[in-house]
Design a protein around this ligand. Sequence first.
Ligand SMILES: Cc1cc2nc3c(=O)[nH]c(=O)nc-3n(C[C@H](O)[C@H](O)[C@H](O)COP(=O)(O)OP(=O)(O)OC[C@H]3O[C@@H](n4cnc5c(N)ncnc54)[C@H](O)[C@@H]3O)c2cc1C
Ligand SMILES: *[C@@H]1O[C@H](CO)[C@@H](O)[C@H](O)[C@H]1NC(C)=O
Ligand SMILES: *[C@@H]1O[C@H](CO)[C@@H](O)[C@H](O)[C@H]1NC(C)=O
Ligand SMILES: *[C@@H]1O[C@H](CO)[C@@H](O)[C@H](O)[C@H]1NC(C)=O
Ligand SMILES: *[C@@H]1O[C@H](CO)[C@@H](O)[C@H](O)[C@H]1NC(C)=O
Ligand SMILES: *[C@@H]1O[C@H](CO)[C@@H](O)[C@H](O)[C@H]1NC(C)=O
Ligand SMILES: *[C@@H]1O[C@H](CO)[C@@H](O)[C@H](O)[C@H]1NC(C)=O
Ligand SMILES: *[C@@H]1O[C@H](CO)[C@@H](O)[C@H](O)[C@H]1NC(C)=O
Length: 518
Amino acid sequence: MKGLLSLTSCLGIFHTLVAAATIPSYFERSPSTPRKLSVAQVQRELGSRLSKSTIIFGPEDARYEDATSRWNDFAKPKFQIVIEPGQESDVASIVKYCNEKSIDFLAINKGHGYPSSLGSFNGVQINLAQFRTINIQPNGKSAWFGGGVFDGQANRYLWDQGYVTTTGSCDCVGMMGPGLGGGHGRHEGPHGMISDNILQLNVVLADGTAVRVNNTSHSDLLWAMKGAGHNFGIVTSFEMKVYPRGPDTWHYHNYVWRGDQLEAVFTALNNFHGNGSTPVNMTTNFGNMLLDTTVSDKEPVLWWTFAYRGSAAEAEKLLAPFNAIEAVRDEQGDVPFPQVAAAQQTDENSAICQHNKVRITATAGLQVYNLTAERLIFEGFKKRIASDPTLAAGAVVLHEGYSTAGTDAQNPNDSAYPFRDDHHLMLVQIIIPPNNKTIEQEAWKWAKEVREQWNQGQPTRPVNAYVNYANGFESVEEKYGHEAWRLKKLRDLKAKYDPFNRFRFYNPIVGKKTAGPV
Ligand SMILES: Cc1cc2nc3c(=O)[nH]c(=O)nc-3n(C[C@H](O)[C@H](O)[C@H](O)COP(=O)(O)OP(=O)(O)OC[C@H]3O[C@@H](n4cnc5c(N)ncnc54)[C@H](O)[C@@H]3O)c2cc1C
Ligand SMILES: *[C@@H]1O[C@H](CO)[C@@H](O)[C@H](O)[C@H]1NC(C)=O
Ligand SMILES: *[C@@H]1O[C@H](CO)[C@@H](O)[C@H](O)[C@H]1NC(C)=O
Ligand SMILES: *[C@@H]1O[C@H](CO)[C@@H](O)[C@H](O)[C@H]1NC(C)=O
Ligand SMILES: *[C@@H]1O[C@H](CO)[C@@H](O)[C@H](O)[C@H]1NC(C)=O
Ligand SMILES: *[C@@H]1O[C@H](CO)[C@@H](O)[C@H](O)[C@H]1NC(C)=O
Ligand SMILES: *[C@@H]1O[C@H](CO)[C@@H](O)[C@H](O)[C@H]1NC(C)=O
Ligand SMILES: *[C@@H]1O[C@H](CO)[C@@H](O)[C@H](O)[C@H]1NC(C)=O
């Protein structure tokens, strides 16, 4: 029994937290080193309280590796035990048990979360893999989804039934992971973000109470779950709007340009996006600076992919400025929506979806592109190809440009998501070999440099870091918004719904800030 106590906390700390008028600094006050949990003991004590289809296992089990594999091996959470609840009601029982025993718990779906705060987790994984049902409602206007549904699954299933909804763009990623932080994706121009389409949620709160969250029940929490949701509860299922699927095919067009076209490309992009007035059906473009040695081993290429919701003829009219820029190569085609992910290299087989790599990342939110900044970033990449080929080979500097009509149509005050003025999401991602501090330091320096170049390219705007792209070293304001009322509201709700800060492992709103790596 004793082995289960004092994982990272004990009841004594809880009292201190309640008494403290300020933000709890949970980690600081934790006096104990985590001890080893016994799988057999948890199975014995908890197993009888859970449904028959629940699975409980530890590191010795063959399923453990799969259940705990991560997209990013930097700051991996430590899972002593994995529990896969079979029924939604089991989640409440697991949370209550963990609270009784002072064991930390963390909900996991597809394993792509990567903020540094996850690295401090040590405890029980609540794996949502058995919650993957989708039920379209009889009126055809919404569907209920299990808390473990993921993007590719939802897109394929709904399309076959004649519908679409808002998901993230990578097939491998969960829906609630992105959705609780906003949720950007190919349908945000037409329909808004994932969070904008949430009607209601079944949530297990920090104390193990299961509640319905909608606009008449815990509506304050609904506001918070749409942008800062990872801090507030475990979503066992959710109801979202669905829409008629629209045109039978989408048009994609991918280009590879050399660096000497950089100014032409970014000028065309700024014109095309018109500072937040992108044609709504020109839903998505992703652009990477990356090394492609078939083109050059001295500098990166600009790899760009566009996805249009509709015909080639309509799309190519809008893409004319890009067709006028001489490309090394390009390819285009027309496919049903669920196949757009593969065409844009964001399906389960694509490089971006692969797990078990150490990735150093940094993000920025932009309104328009600054050509000077992009040139500096390009030259910085070129410099690394010469000086540090290992680093350069694993680097991708991603630029995202969604159409934004649907997200702009929402009143920004109606949800916790704070950054509707950002039209572009940036992410630098550097894959490095494991266990090499020297190269890790260099990667952090580079990632930080790129982030600064993006932000210095918009000197009059605040520094923003979309919470789902954040590496975790940013400030709370940078992740949750610079408006004081927003942060106050979030902290008040946190005190109401999670006073002991049980949900503090994914870019926590309250708690000690982690020191940056560089
Ligand atoms: C390859 C890749 C592509 C991405 N593409 C997009 C994109 O197109 N749009 C976008 O907005 N973001 C995108 N992201 C960021 C993404 O939103 C986050 O990484 C997200 O946390 C991943 O969710 P997951 O279920 O895959 O990961 P997990 O690690 O399983 O979950 C991340 C965290 O979310 C919380 N969580 C997940 N499910 C639940 C639930 N049901 N209830 C309560 N909490 C839950 C937990 O705190 C968990 O730690 C991408 C990330 C990667 C790595
Ligand atoms: C919100 O949930 C409550 C409790 O389940 C339910 O009675 C009510 O109808 C729901 N409201 C909406 C708008 O769905
Ligand atoms: C709440 O739900 C009702 C009924 O669906 C809807 O008319 C209203 O706009 C919703 N309010 C909010 C704030 O979402
Ligand atoms: C873009 O639009 C915003 C208003 O939405 C405005 O404040 C900003 O100055 C514009 N930027 C440029 C470069 O036109
Ligand atoms: C976008 O596509 C939809 C679905 O095909 C269509 O109804 C709509 O008219 C298009 N909008 C524009 C501005 O082209
Ligand atoms: C949002 O709320 C803030 C603070 O209450 C207020 O100043 C602002 O005008 C509101 N904006 C909108 C669009 O309602
Ligand atoms: C770390 O990486 C650097 C750069 O690639 C390399 O020179 C060095 O040998 C590596 N060190 C170790 C311990 O592997
Ligand atoms: C573009 O970036 C440069 C370099 O950071 C900066 O000096 C300049 O002010 C930026 N331009 C605009 C319009 O913000």
